[in-house]
Ligand binder design. Structure first.
Ligand code: ADP
Length: 323
């Protein structure tokens, strides 16, 4: 291996820049050449490749988002699109590719690797819905942003005897909501993996009100059937059921925007370096992650389209502590 390329794809995540920096500098340290690819697979198909130096990745470790830009690229889902990508890589003499991204991006990585081109993934998504890493790049930052919002809402909620529903991201995965609920001391958590009806939530809220709670916070995952919009509509119709005056806050993309935490910078640095080390030992078609606190590679075939389970113990803990 002499020349590699790196791209970020799909939803951006705080820490992606630290991963780009780690990939670049680890490869340069081996005497390899590094190309950056702008705008994910779309840039790869268009041939938006440019040589990277150690200085090109200076001053980015503390920035959220991705300096390479990211995109969603339907053309890469087709074999013709991926053949065009292979032509671009061959034209620039690239021997291996590092894909920093989430579930969809790793599906693309798998598809390209299966066509005979060495690809290694770096587990990066704020949703933490990717098998192959216990925690993915961006999760810690997104969690801390959600937590800050919850802490602030608690202050205003207790002044007005209000209940706040806070909707967090996570797609079909309830990890962010559950962790934000435990860390934020929420009164209830709604996640896609364990469904709860609006009627049950109303009952729990009114019981909490009767127990003398001054405020209530519910953390709701965007992918839950009873998401913030559904619950807002329900409580609009059933105003008196909850006991509390109820307000809804959707955090949305605010969660993506923060400067990466120390945890995310270190995780991204380790995984970026691990991706280069993986290619250097001739391994590919895998995603680099952390499993049980250790660096690990997992075959992309075991990652793509797999559902990451939620911890039942943590859900139980949230239930016990919400009293
Ligand atoms: P994320 O990586 O954050 O989950 P997406 O699901 O949007 O983001 O995927 C990012 C991109 O990865 C898609 O726009 C597409 O180019 C590529 N991709 C996703 N799934 C596949 C697939 N099954 N085969 C090939 N490419 C895919």
């Amino acid at each position: 291996m002499k020349t590699i390329a790196v791209l970020t794809s799909g939803g951006d995540a705080p820490g992606m820049n630290a991963a780009i920096r780690a990939v670049t500098r680890s490869a340069l340290a081996l005497g390899w050449q590094v190309y950056r690819i702008r705008h994910g697979y779309a840039g790869l198909i268009e041939g938006a490749l440019e040589a990277f130096t150690a200085r090109s990745v200076g001053g980015i470790i503390q920035q959220g988002g991705t300096v390479l830009g990211s995109a969603r690229c339907p053309a890469f889902m087709t074999e013709a699109g991926r053949r065009q990508a292979l032509r671009q890589l061959a034209q620039h003499g690239v021997d291996g590719l590092v894909v920093i991204g989430g579930n969809g991006s790793q599906a693309g990585a798998q598809a390209l690797d299966a066509m005979g081109f060495p690809v290694v993934g770096v587990a990066s998504t704020i949703d933490n819905d990717l098998v192959g890493s216990d925690v993915t790049i961006g999760v810690d930052t997104a969690l801390n942003i959600a937590l800050e919002a919850i802490d602030r809402l608690k202050i205003t909620a207790s002044s007005h005897n209000r209940a706040f529903l806070v909707e967090v991201m996570g797609r079909k995965c309830g990890y962010l909501a559950l962790m934000a609920g435990v860390a934020g001391g929420a009164e209830f958590v709604v996640i896609p993996e364990i469904e709860i009806t609006p009627e049950q939530i109303a009952r729990e809220l009114s019981e909490a009100y009767r127990r003398g709670k001054k405020h209530a916070i519910g953390v709701v995952a965007e992918g839950a059937r009873s998401n913030a919009a559904v619950l807002a509509a329900y409580f609009h119709e059933h105003k008196d059921e909850a006991g509390f005056d109820l307000r809804v806050t959707t955090l949305g993309h605010v969660q993506r925007g923060g400067a990466p935490t120390a945890y995310d910078r270190i995780l991204a640095s380790r995984l970026g370096a691990a991706a280069v080390a993986t290619l250097a030992r001739g391994e590919h078609g895998v995603v680099c992650g952390i499993i049980a606190s250790r660096l690990a590679t997992t075959p992309l075939t075991e990652v793509v389209d797999k559902q990451k389970p939620i911890s039942p113990e943590l859900f139980e803990l949230a239930r016990v502590l919400e009293q």
